[in-house]
Each structure stands twice: as structure tokens, then as C-alpha cells.
Design a binder for this molecule. Structure first.
Ligand SMILES: *Cc1c(COP(=O)(O)O)cnc(C)c1O
Length: 392
């Protein structure tokens, strides 16, 4: 498919980068489980469709197919697949920052992102400031003369805080900084940060993109912009992907690509079910507060309504105490107790003791009475009934 932009999201999910295999005509991109490629002469790579490969760290046809699909869905200039979401984040930090640079991060960032910034980037010499990204003024106040990057997560994991991507992009650009958006929760189906002014999008494709809890992966999609040091962001990320080598194997690339094909239908169902669950939780006396961007009382509901198509499948809620939260997590039957999110099956977890244990004691500590739900695509009535019995 050549001119894919005019096509709709679902069409691109199924066709971008997915021409029939040039060798056999297979309509599904094959899993090219191979490390090296025959050359037609010394340094003479094969030319033509589906060729130009020399070594699978640098490029592999299955991965290229996924990267093309990702770039198309996020409407970026180039996509890069990684072995995990954190490997993708690490590539961004190392490709675009240098010791002495400063990055603004969310004060409720995903715990692994905070750990990477705090325990890997900081010892390397990169400074950071956690800020309340829901407030443009708070981010402005966190900027320093050496700020090179503003890192946004929206909605955030696990507090579902929403940041105004367009406003923060404008602010970051006004001081010569790049805006990165972790789009793991919303996915390109619900929100496309690059079209709102962001420079890079990062994903844990382990979550909604893969969608079936069967693969760990990451991705970076970029606009064709300068890196602020006279180079190109596309080239910098590409260079680091190959130089550091945290690439996904062909089978994992293929699983993520297969997941993305059904992203649109899955997200609609995740959103439908989440709305039903929110409605139920609103009526329950043991739930003291619901964190969901679709609720009119959510702090940045208007921003979410403007920049997102719908409000997603993630819900967090607070209970009266840590014991209450732990009891709910232990009592569900359909909602499986487990880390991760975004799969077809519903999951429940206690962020304070599970996914976000690494931020305990830090500025980013999450409330201990918090329960996080990843609402799957089961029948909504069954999910509501399960929560009703678990909450008692
Ligand atoms: C899971 C997650 C990550 C990290 O991705 P991995 O694939 O686990 O390395 C980053 N950001 C968010 C928002 C996540 O939920």
C-alpha cells in the first residue's frame, strides 16, 4: 500500500507495511526467523521489494513490517520497535540527552520510567524534575535553562492523570525542548500525540498494542524534527536502536503486529466495558473515589474529551483503607490478580504493593488504598457481577 494516510485507522492497521510477501504471496507477513542474509557480492545487498537486509539487529523484514504499521497508526515519519517499553524509553533518553541535560517527568509517572530516570539516567548525569503535568503552569515552573525534554504520560499509570499534549508541546518548543508522550494507555486509536505537536511517542507494546498478554515489547514513533543539536531525531533513534541493539525478535514483532490489527475493535470494547464498570463503581459505598478521564468530575476531563476519541479501558479507584483495597484485589474471580494491563482479559492489582512498589517512599508514591483495573473484553455483565461480589 503506497498512499496509506488517506485510509482510516483500521485499514492502516491491517495494510500499512503488510504487502503480500514478495517471495511467496503469503498474505500475512511471515516470521522471518533469521539473523543474516545472502549478499549478491561483497557489500552488495539485494535490491527491490522486501530486500536490503544484511543482519537482523540492523533490520529484519518482520520487524520492518511492524515498524511501518506503527508509524502509520501514530502518523509519524518513522517507527522503531524495541524489546520492551523500557528499552524504548532508554533509547530515547540516551539518543537525545547528554550529561548536564534536564528532563521534566510526571510526578505520577509509571514506576519503571521513574526508576530508569532516577537510577540509570541520573547517575549518568541527566537531571530531572517531577512535575504535575495536569497543570501547564507547574510544568513551566519546572523548566530550567538546560531542559531538553518534557516527558508526558497521559493518561498516567496508575492515577489516570491527563495532560494537555498540545499546550505542553507548545511550552516545550518555546524553550527548545522536545516533547515525548508515553501513549501506552490511550494507544493511537484513542489519541495521536504527534498530530497534537509531540515530537516522539513511546509505547509499551506489551499492553494494548500486543493486547493478548503474550509478548513484551516497546516502540518509538517520531516526527521528522531536529534533535536540537543539529541532527535529526529519526536518525538519532535509528542509530541508537542499532548501536545498543535492544531489538525485538521476529516472533515478538509478529505478535505485536497481529495485535495491532484488532486494536480498533478491542479498544471500542475496552471502552464500552470500562464505562459500564465505572457506572457500577459510582453506585458502590465502599468506593470512595473513581479515577477515570471519562467522568465529568475528573480534573482534566475537558482536555481528555478534546484530545481523546474515548476514555480507555483503565480505571483506578480508592477505597476506605489499604485493607479494603487488598481485600478487593484478593476477592475477584474474573479479574485476575496480576501486573501489566491492556490484554483481552481483565486484571486487577494493588499498585502500591505491585507495579509501583519501586516508587514507594519517593515523591511518586501512590495511595495505598488504590485499586487499579484493566478492564478486558469479556461480557460487561459478568465483569460487573464479579466486582459486585468482590466489593460485597
Ligand atoms: C508497562 C509500561 C511501561 C514499560 O513497558 P515494558 O514493556 O514493561 O518495559 C512504560 N510505560 C507505561 C505507561 C507502562 O504501562
Amino acid at each position: 500500500m503506497t498512499s496509506d494516510q488517506p485510509h482510516g485507522f483500521s485499514t492502516r492497521a491491517l495494510h500499512a507495511g503488510q504487502e503480500a510477501d514478495p517471495a511467496t504471496g503469503a498474505v500475512v507477513t511471515p516470521i522471518y526467523q533469521v539473523s543474516t542474509y545472502k549478499q549478491d557480492g561483497v557489500g552488495a545487498l539485494r535490491t527491490g521489494l522486501g530486500t536490503g537486509y544484511e543482519y537482523s539487529r540492523s533490520g529484519n523484514p518482520t520487524r520492518t513490517s511492524l515498524e511501518t504499521q506503527l508509524a502509520s497508526l501514530e502518523q509519524g515519519a518513522a517507527g522503531f520497535a524495541f524489546a520492551s517499553g523500557l528499552a524504548a524509553e532508554d533509547a530515547i533518553l540516551r539518543a537525545l540527552l547528554q550529561p548536564g541535560d534536564h528532563v521534566v517527568i510526571p510526578n505520577d509517572a509509571y514506576g519503571g520510567t521513574y526508576r530508569l530516570v532516577k537510577r540509570v539516567a541520573e547517575p549518568w548525569g541527566v537531571e530531572h524534575t517531577p512535575a504535575d503535568l495536569a497543570s501547564v503552569d507547574a510544568v513551566r515552573a519546572a523548566l530550567r535553562p538546560n531542559t531538553r525534554m518534557v516527558w508526558v504520560e497521559t493518561p498516567t499509570n496508575p492515577l489516570l492523570t491527563v495532560a494537555d499534549i498540545a499546550a505542553l508541546a507548545e511550552l516545550a518548543h518555546s524553550v527548545g525542548a522536545l516533547l515525548v508522550v508515553d501513549n501506552t494507555f490511550a494507544t493511537p486509536y484513542l489519541q495521536t500525540p504527534l498530530t497534537l505537536g509531540a515530537d516522539l511517542v513511546v509505547h509499551s507494546t506489551t499492553k494494548y498494542a500486543g493486547g493478548h498478554s503474550d509478548v513484551v515489547g516497546g516502540a518509538v514513533v517520531v516526527r521528522d524534527v531536529e534533535d536540537g543539536r543539529g541532527g535529526s531525531v529519526v536518525e538519532r533513534i535509528g542509530f541508537h536502536q542499532n548501536s545498543m541493539g535492544a531489538v525485538p525478535g521476529p516472533f515478538d514483532s509478529w505478535l505485536v503486529q497481529r495485535g495491532l490489527k484488532t486494536l480498533a475493535v478491542r479498544m471500542e470494547r475496552h471502552c464500552d466495558n470500562a464505562e459500564r464498570v465505572v457506572e457500577f463503581l459510582q453506585s458502590h459505598p465502599r468506593v470512595t473515589k473513581i479515577l477515570y478521564p471519562g467522568l465529568p468530575e475528573h480534573r482534566n476531563h475537558d482536555v481528555a474529551a478534546r484530545q481523546m476519541k474515548r476514555f480507555g479501558g483503565m480505571i483506578s479507584f480508592r477505597t476506605a483503607s489499604v485493607d479494603d483495597a487488598l481485600a478487593v484485589c484478593g476477592a475477584t474471580e474474573l479479574f485476575t490478580l496480576g501486573e501489566s494491563l491492556g490484554g483481552v482479559e481483565s486484571l486487577v492489582e494493588h499498585p502500591g504493593k505491585m507495579t509501583h512498589a519501586s516508587v514507594a517512599g519517593s515523591l511518586l508514591e501512590v495511595p495505598d488504598d488504590l485499586v487499579r483495573l484493566s478492564v478486558g473484553i469479556e461480557d460487561a455483565d459478568d465483569l460487573v457481577a464479579d466486582l459486585a461480589q468482590a466489593l460485597g
